[in-house]
Write a protein that binds this ligand. Structure first.
Ligand code: ATP
Ligand SMILES: Nc1nc2c(ncn2[C@@H]2O[C@H](COP(=O)(O)O)[C@@H](O)[C@H]2O)c(=O)[nH]1
Length: 401
């Protein structure tokens, strides 16, 4: 079987792999009628699902700038227009951890980049099934103990938390490994990636460039873990302004003298760098402790007390010890042959073929009423369940081992 043909998604929704329908008023927010063609674009060089936009007023096909991780091409996919901002694409012959994709055509993120670039823009965001908890942003001046606290969390709750590995242009310290502590990067490469929209946030910190790539956060989310970001106050402000919903925690030192002592004792910076970091710390503490940006402020005086307080605000200190209570949703296989329809925020996925005897067992519901996030990054909070009496032994869907 060849690749799926591109199909046309307008605002009126029909079922099936080939979608063709009338009018596109509801996805027309740019003063012109638009029709989206989604699928293999025929040049053979791209292994991901492509997008073309028909500007009906000019009768012209436009190749948009595409942000976000694109879904790999599959043998077939269905699609449905959810609202004026996004189209749901369901890959066939894929498992539920990789089959739900959102093509954003008019979200705030898309509008921002469209205005910046002056071109058509769309963005992909992969849908993640399950109750993924919102990321935790930890900020505070250099040397306050952010890394130490995060290391303790990761050690005690390895199944629950994943660290977002930042990019930086600073040189690695002796004990630091590329890809583990940071992605150490050349400035020109990082600047180009920033231009290309690969970063959720970035900032110049203590004379170097630091940034959180969309991919770093996605990698953690895809493991079903809660993402922890260790970023400076400027970065926290950018994340606050982005579509990434998070909990923001500021760590402050018991005193400026203690902070200086810790930075010196760590022994990783030159005297000049220490002075620079201490100068910046004053402004960071001012901003971090003023109202509005952070949800919580913890003083890291005694490490163990601060760690207990951090666990408490993350809902982890119930005395149960090393919790591993992650509820990882079951993975379900969505067959190539399926049709979809929409009732309010629920998508009905029907995998019944005419030969099958028990149609109820092959109906699934994708509930989008609690979705969060979106590009840049994953769309979380999808609820996926069998509409029929049982998910086991179904034709069409099979449980992944
Ligand atoms: N409560 C504490 N009391 C005493 N020393 C501490 C405490 N917390 C952390 N430290 C020590 O302070 C030093 C700085 O800690 P850490 O490297 O975790 O800071 P950081 O906030 O991550 O710094 P940076 O932003 O520069 O990465 C380390 O040597 C660490 O062992
Ligand atoms: N805005 C961002 N700040 C970041 C990121 N990664 C780290 N940081 C902050 O930089 C300073 C210095 O870190 P160091 O490792 O050189 O000591 C510290 O405050 C970090 O929180 C990032 O991706 N974005």
């Amino acid at each position: 079987m060849g690749e799926a043909p591109a199909f046309i998604a307008d605002d009126d929704v029909s079922n099936g792999l080939l979608l063709k329908s009338k009018g596109c008023e509801t996805i027309n927010n740019m003063g012109c009628n638009r029709t989206f063609a989604i699928g293999a674009m025929g040049n053979g060089s791209d292994s991901s699902i492509g997008v073309r936009i028909l500007d009906k007023s000019a009768s012209e096909w436009v190749i948009p700038t595409v942000f976000g991780t694109k879904p790999a091409l599959s043998k077939g996919h269905s699609a449905i227009v959810l609202d004026e901002d996004r189209i749901l694409v369901i890959k066939g012959n894929a498992t539920s951890d990789d089959c739900f994709w959102f093509l954003e055509v008019n979200t705030a993120f898309v509008r921002e980049h469209r205005a910046r670039l002056g071109t058509e823009v769309v963005a992909w965001s992969k849908g993640v099934v399950g109750e993924a908890q919102i990321p935790v942003v930890i900020s505070g001046p250099s040397g306050v103990g952010k890394g130490t606290l995060i290391a303790k969390l990761m050690e005690d709750f390895p199944m629950m938390f994943g660290f977002s590995v930042s990019h930086t242009t600073r040189a690695p310290r002796n004990n630091e490994q590329n890809g583990v502590h940071y992605h150490f990067t050349e400035r020109d490469v990082m600047e180009k990636d920033i231009q290309d929209g690969k970063f959720l946030e970035f900032a110049a910190v203590h004379g170097n460039l630091y940034g959180t790539s969309v991919e770093s956060v996605e990698m953690v989310t895809d493991q079903g873990k809660r993402c922890i970001l260790d970023i400076d106050v400027q970065g926290a402000r950018s994340v606050r302004a982005s579509s990434l919903e998070a909990i923001f925690v500021f760590i402050r030192p018991p005193s400026f003298e203690q902070l200086e002592k810790r930075l010196r004792a760590r022994g990783t910076e030159t005297e000049e760098q220490i002075q620079k970091r201490l100068r910046n710390a004053k402004a960071e503490i001012d901003q971090g402790t003023s109202p509005g940006l952070f949800d919580h402020c913890l003083i890291n005086d005694d490490l163990e007390i601060c760690y207990e307080n951090l666990k408490k605000l993350l809902g982890l200190s119930d005395g149960s010890g090393k919790a591993t209570n992650l509820s990882v949703p079951e993975t379900v296989h969505v067959p190539l042959e399926h049709t979809i329809s929409k009732i309010d925020k629920k998508i009905l996925i029907n995998c019944t073929t005419p030969q099958q005897e028990k149609p109820a067992n092959n109906m699934f519901v994708l509930d989008l009423s609690s979705i969060k996030g979106g590009a840049p990054g994953r769309t979380r909070g999808l609820i996926f369940y069998a509409a029929g009496p049982s998910m086991t032994g179904t034709n069409g869907f099979k449980m992944a081992s």
